[in-house]
Design a protein around this ligand. Structure first.
Ligand code: CUK
Ligand code: CUA
Length: 660
């Protein structure tokens, strides 16, 4: 009795001290005033480090005093790391690496936690366990064309999958595999109220990636554009209300949804209208030459609202369980049109007012601007020629509004709140700033170019692809880093460069090495739009179901239940012990193990690792996690908490005793 009182006191002391120290407020030192000027010591530091006045400006614009929060959060794809990064702007501090398609031990993602394993398994392909991914385009959920801060979607190009992340806890909740395609790229892009998440094929295959010889490319190979229906209340994509549109094997590339005047429409590029099939080893033109022969490829212009009507009217064919609008139906229902676009296009971006669509051709020095009004007129006038599949190709001159010469290798475009657009120039390694004109094509002009290092791919401006861009910051996501950072061996980090958009001239104000994977796209949202939870709403919460877990365990109710060879463990974790501490089982037992973190304090996470069994969990305050193991060999194992949660964290452990 006495001993347990002492223990309880000790515990209180530790918890109390820890809780207290986090909240201590320090007096804020007085801010610098223009009259007082900079302290002499600042000038000394600047001169001893050889900083220019621009450097000092850049430093002052990006430095975040200890404890201050960033104004924006950027969600950047982690490329072939299969993850998404949350990065604070303007400090460029990494806030979180969100595991999506790949296991990640810190978050306990893909190392035993049962519902996470089940979610990852939903993305398996033909029964093969897929634990890699290539994330490209994060898309924040939108309301009326503006980010609402609730959800984030991301694609996996390598396996044609789409994932949903809930921004209440910044965790992945769902992974869906498209049953008809094996790679995607024009994804994810949302319609203005997140009715649908758009996903387009990249490399055509026969639907369902069945075998067909490459000689049958034109007859049998196809792409699809899938419209995954989003159920906002459930926070899930609903495959039961989703459908695809069949498209020719043109290698669809990026997409963007229309907004305001172009609401209801969406736009996707394509890069292989040549239908080149490669085979350099057989004396054929290699892919990169074959795919780049024509001067024009096709901008795909489709009406998702009409497609939805056709789907609801049953004008679909079920292919591998997915309702598909076939191409002839798409023609008959006025769902899909093409417009010629020069030359090996990559990015397509809709202006904030929804009136214009900007396409950038990698091999064309100019961006091509289409007007929604002209597209609708050309459709009404039936001003088109059919392509080899009978799909209408609108007359280029009828739909083209303007072209602006920017430089070499234009890829992606973003917008500000002053009527300017910014386009990345991959070959020039520069950002072009240009004026979004109006009715007069002469008003669309290049304003400024700023070099970046090096070979910039996507760019992301603050809320720069919404109806209401902020015009504050832009991040260049550069592909090559070469000489920008201290050497770390032959594999170099990516270089994300932060630009200030508010001055007379564009200025690079920060270089951020990102040693994770190649980020493609990113989106930047005002941080205060996101209402993230501090702890789970109830103790005993299942984060995948976003509901109380049936396996939640209250303190005092911890137990080990045996039913034949099946053993079920109900454990709790709290500073600084796991209960029970002795888990005594027998060789040959199948163990189902539930752990509830009964903490309610902000940041009181307990990790859990069971060495020798590949188990790694992260149990956030209030969370219940379950995992299963087969005790196939007798032995003595240690499990312990992996977060240094208290002064007696090292003592937060227990033994798994497997008796022969
Ligand atoms: S892509 Cu990578 S630079 Cu996948 Cu959007 Cu353009
Ligand atoms: Cu809990 Cu360390």
């Amino acid at each position: 009795m006495k001993r347990s009182i002492t223990l309880a006191l000790l515990l209180l002391l530790i918890v109390g001290v820890l809780a207290g120290c986090g909240r201590k407020k320090e007096a804020t030192p007085e801010a610098v005033s223009p009259e007082a000027g900079l302290p002499a010591s600042a000038m000394e530091i600047a001169s001893s480090r050889g900083l220019s006045p621009e450097d000092i400006n850049a430093a002052l614009k990006t430095y975040m005093p200890s404890g201050k929060w960033d104004e924006y959060i950027m969600f950047a794809s982690g490329g072939h790391s299969g993850q998404v990064l949350a990065i604070g702007l303007p400090s460029m501090r990494i806030l979180k690496n969100i595991a999506v398609f790949t296991p990640e031990a810190w978050q306990g993602y893909g190392f035993g936690a049962k519902d996470i394993e089940e979610m990852l398994d939903a993305g398996n392909v033909d029964g093969r366990k897929i634990r890699m991914g290539d994330t490209h385009h994060p898309a924040l959920s939108e309301t009326e064309g503006d980010y609402d801060g609730q959800f984030l979607f991301i694609n996996d190009k390598a396996n044609a999958r789409t994932a949903v992340i809930d921004l209440r806890d910044f965790e992945t909740k769902q992974i869906l595999k498209d049953p008809n395609i094996i790679s995607n790229h024009g994804s994810t892009f949302v319609t203005p109220n997140t009715e649908y998440v758009i996903q387009g094929t990249q490399y055509a295959t026969p639907l369902g990636w069945e075998y067909a010889p490459i000689s049958e490319y034109q007859e049998k190979y196809r792409g699809v554009i899938t419209l995954w229906k989003f159920d906002r209340d459930k926070g899930r994509l609903d495959p039961e209300q989703s459908f695809s549109i069949e498209v020719p094997p043109y290698w669809q590339d990026l997409c963007d949804a229309g907004k305001l005047v172009s609401n209801g429409w969406a736009f996707c590029n394509s890069i292989n209208t040549e239908m080149a099939t490669g085979g350099i080893e057989k004396g054929n033109p290699p892919f990169e030459a074959g795919v780049s022969q024509r001067d024009m490829d096709y901008l795909h212009i489709f009406n998702w609202q009409r497609a939805e009507e056709a789907y609801k009217a049953g004008k679909t064919e079920e292919i591998n369980g997915m309702p598909v609008i076939r191409m002839d139906t798409a023609v008959a229902e006025g769902i899909l049109y093409f417009a010629p676009e020069p030359k090996s296009p990559h990015g397509v971006d809709v202006t904030p007012d929804g009136k214009y669509i900007v396409a950038a051709g990698k091999l064309d020095p100019q961006v091509t601007i289409y007007s929604m009004e002209k597209i609708e007129k050309a459709i009404a006038d039936q001003n088109w020629e059919p392509d080899p599949f009978g799909l209408p190709v609108l007359n280029f001159d009828a739909v083209n509004h303007a072209q602006v010469e920017l430089g070499l290798g234009p890829l992606h475009t973003q917008f500000d709140n002053q009527g300017f657009a910014y386009t990345s120039l991959f070959l020039d390694s520069a950002i072009a700033k240009w004026k979004v004109g109006g009715d007069n094509p002469e008003d669309w002009v290049l304003v400024e170019k700023l070099p970046v290092q090096y070979n910039v791919g996507h760019i992301a401006a603050a809320e720069g692809d919404t109806v209401d861009p902020d015009g504050t910051y832009l991040v260049a996501l550069n592909k090559w880093a070469v000489d920008r950072f201290a050497p770390v061996g032959p594999l170099l980090p990516q270089n994300l460069q932060l630009l200030d958009l508010t001055g007379d001239k564009l200025q690079v104000i920060y270089d951020m090495a990102m040693g994770v994977g190649e980020p493609h796209y990113a989106q930047i949202i005002k941080a205060d739009k996101i209402q993230a939870w501090n702890t789970y709403p109830e103790v005993g919460w299942d984060p995948i179901a976003q509901a109380p877990s049936p396996y939640a365990t209250k303190p005092g109710e911890e137990k080990i239940v045996r039913d034949g060879n099946n053993v079920e463990i109900f454990m709790t974790s709290v500073r600084s012990h796991l209960t029970p501490e002795h888990v005594e089982i027998k060789e040959g037992d199948h163990v189902t193990w539930h752990i509830t973190n009964i903490e309610t304090a902000h940041d009181a996470t307990h990790g859990f690792q069971l060495g020798g069994y590949n188990i790694s969990l992260s149990i956030e305050p209030g969370e219940t996690v379950s995992f299963e193991i087969d005790a196939d060999k007798s032995g003595t194992y240690a499990f312990y908490c992996t977060e240094f949660c208290s002064a007696l964290h090292l003592e937060m452990m227990g033994y798994l005793l497997v008796e022969p």
